[in-house]
Design a protein around this ligand. Structure first.
Ligand code: C5P
Length: 288
């Protein structure tokens, strides 16, 4: 039966650690990162329509470019071409994730559009074709197709499912200043790090897991802080919240996160941090 309308959540992506391990000749960087997803995210809905159109709502709608270079429309067009589809679709995006913020908003939306359009248009693609389409749209799009905890290698395309990680609450915090990913990579001054995948022992308990993450960092936080010092202040403030287990930056920033035993602790931290720093965007959730 033809699908009338298909909806998917596009969960926010968080890099629990991110090591820059090298640089390719084309300028892209090789990464080693443990990527997880939150229960919180954007929402994408696609419905049958003769042409491809995009409407955007939600708290961050104003920050989304509506023109042809929008990543969601580019994703839809790429799939349309790859599969030889003549139908269109009305795409609606409810934007709850801050934009250009290191939590994969645009990548998550692009991945969700690919998945929902596959269902709306009843497509099957050869193995690996969807992943290649996703990678061509952005280095973080492939990992967002599955939205499951994964180790990310290469420039983002080399994915390995991560073993189950302990249940944790998370607080996302953004100072409201956008950071350009290329600019952050360019501002790096430190040498390359090693791969640092966790051993089974480091995943045994929540304490083991947090201890292991404490010895790993986000190599992009130093250059991000050099560009936007507020990120450094935010990391300190998150680390000082009650019951915080770990505070780090995600991706190329400027969103930072703190981990807690559960969402209730993350919500309490959001309350106290919001009182002290009213302009901060804050969202408590769980890791999926
Ligand atoms: O592919 P994406 O649009 O996510 O990346 C934006 C920019 O970030 C790239 O053009 C590149 O300058 C930088 N980047 C990088 N290494 C990566 C991912 C991104 O240098 N692995």
């Amino acid at each position: 039966m033809k699908q009338e309308r298909v909806t998917a959540v596009a969960p926010a992506k968080v890099n629990l650690y991110l090591h820059v391990t090298g640089r390719r000749d084309d300028g892209y960087h090789l990464l080693d990162s443990l990527v997880v997803f939150t229960e919180f995210g954007d929402r994408v809905t696609v419905s049958p329509a003769p042409d491809l159109t995009l409407s955007v709502g939600g708290p961050f709608a104003a920050a989304i470019p509506n023109g042809g270079d929008n990543l969601v429309l580019r994703a839809a067009r790429a799939l349309q071409q790859a599969a030889g589809v003549t139908a269109g679709a009305a795409i609606h995006l409810e934007k709850f994730i801050p934009v250009a913020a290191g939590v994969g908003g645009g990548s998550a939306d692009a991945a969700a559009v690919l998945k929902t359009l596959m269902r709306l248009w009843e497509l099957t693609l050869e193995q690996g074709r969807l992943e290649a389409l996703a990678l061509a749209l952005g280095a973080d799009v492939p990992v967002c197709l599955e939205s499951r905890s994964a180790y990310m290698g290469g420039i983002g395309e080399d994915l390995t499912a991560a073993p189950d990680i302990p249940k944790l609450g998370i607080l996302l915090a953004n100072p409201g200043i956008g950071l350009s990913t290329p600019a952050v990579f360019k501002a790096r001054t430190s040498s390359f790090s090693d791969n640092a995948r966790l051993t089974p022992g480091e995943l045994a308990t929540r304490t083991d897991f947090i201890n292991a993450l404490s010895t790993r960092n986000n190599d992009l936080s130093e250059p991000a802080v050099s560009l936007v010092p507020e990120v450094g202040d935010l990391l300190v403030a998150l680390g000082r919240t009650d019951h915080c287990l770990l505070a780090r930056m995600s991706g190329s920033g400027a969103t930072c996160f703190a981990l807690y035993e559960d969402q209730a602790a993350a919500e309490k931290a959001a309350e106290s941090l919001g009182n002290a720093w009213p302009d901060l965007w804050l969202q408590a959730s769980n890791i999926r």
